[in-house]
Design a protein around this ligand. Structure first.
Ligand code: AMP
Length: 298
């Protein structure tokens, strides 16, 4: 038998493939759905770490096919933010996706044609918390997620609870626009010392890295005080601010205690509560949060 007569090995059905063109991704996803395969979708901006990995692994467990998008979305960055310098580590990301069991990486070059004019507005949900210092951020997030969901048409879309406001915005987007997928919130993955994993942690110098720990420490303090019966939002906020203010290179953006669904400020913690912190450590803006479910009235 000559070399060319040998039967070709059949392609590995689980091999990871990379798709760049939105039209091709849309076609593939439609075909997979027609074949009766469920699709789990994990949108990311790349620079993947163990936090992303756990989200991908969750999608792997719950779906036939896992699609991970890697796209640094320009419209969610404001002027002077880190769009150009945002870490781009495609080869390492590919390896992590493969290890975590993804089937398709969707990595479009651009999702905004020069003529594109349609954007998604999310009202006051995008104006509070991070929206105060990043006024067009959530409009950019909602728009790109709407585009991605329309391309991939997943059964389930997976997002980390680390971006708590983003998760509220996306649940609202999917519900209000009848985008027809389940939105799954995944637990925050932390470094062993408590710092929430983030693609931006790599910007931190060793000294800043130590100071950044005050963010998760302040949230731990809040958890401890709430468990101890303290439900007064002002007192908890002051205690957290005091911990943060001990760090010379840490500038608080906000410490907020809000309703976890409406993001409205609370005076007294009750029901589903989101306690969120945003702070700049040196030049790096970091966010983290803790959530309480069903807190009884004080
Ligand atoms: P990003 O690449 O930062 O846009 O993140 C992509 C997704 O991964 C978002 O849904 C994030 O909330 C999620 N994510 C990022 N960091 C973490 C983390 N430490 N734990 C869990 N999910 C995370």
């Amino acid at each position: 038998m000559s070399q060319s007569d040998k039967p070709k090995p059949s392609p590995n059905p689980n091999a990871l493939i990379v798709v760049n063109a939105p039209e091709e991704m849309q076609r593939s996803a439609r075909n997979l759905s027609r074949e009766g395969k469920s699709i789990g979708f994990v949108p990311t901006m790349g620079a993947l770490h163990a936090g992303h990995q756990s989200v991908i692994e969750r999608a792997r467990k719950e779906n036939d096919i896992v699609v991970v998008s890697i796209y640094v979305n320009p419209t969610q960055f404001g002027p002077g933010e880190d769009f150009l310098s945002y870490p781009r580590t495609f080869e390492a990301d590919e390896e992590l996706c493969e290890e975590a069991g993804a089937n398709i990486i969707f990595s479009p070059e651009n999702l905004y044609d020069p003529g594109s004019r349609a954007f998604v507005e999310v009202g006051e949900l995008g104006d509070v918390l991070c929206g105060i210092s990043r006024p067009s951020h959530f409009r950019g997030v909602a728009t790109v997620v709407a585009k991605l969901l329309n391309i991939v048409r997943p059964d389930r879309a997976y997002f980390g609870k680390k971006d708590a406001q983003q998760l509220v915005v996306i649940r609202t987007l999917v519900r209000d626009l009848y985008l027809g997928c389940d939105v799954v919130g995944c637990e925050i993955v932390r470094e062993p010392d408590g710092l929430a994993m983030s693609s931006r942690n790599r910007y931190l110098s060793p000294a800043e890295r130590r100071q950044a720990l005050a963010i998760s420490k302040a949230l731990e303090y809040c958890k401890y005080r709430v468990a101890d019966g303290e439900h007064d939002a002002m007192k908890l906020m002051e205690g957290m601010a005091e911990i943060l203010q001990q760090q010379p290179n840490l500038e608080i953006d906000y410490v907020a205690l809000v309703n976890a669904d409406t993001l409205e400020d609370l005076r007294t913690l009750e029901g589903d509560v989101l306690v969120a912190i945003a702070a700049k450590v040196g030049a790096t803006r970091l966010i983290d949060n803790v959530q309480f479910r069903d807190l009884p009235p004080a």
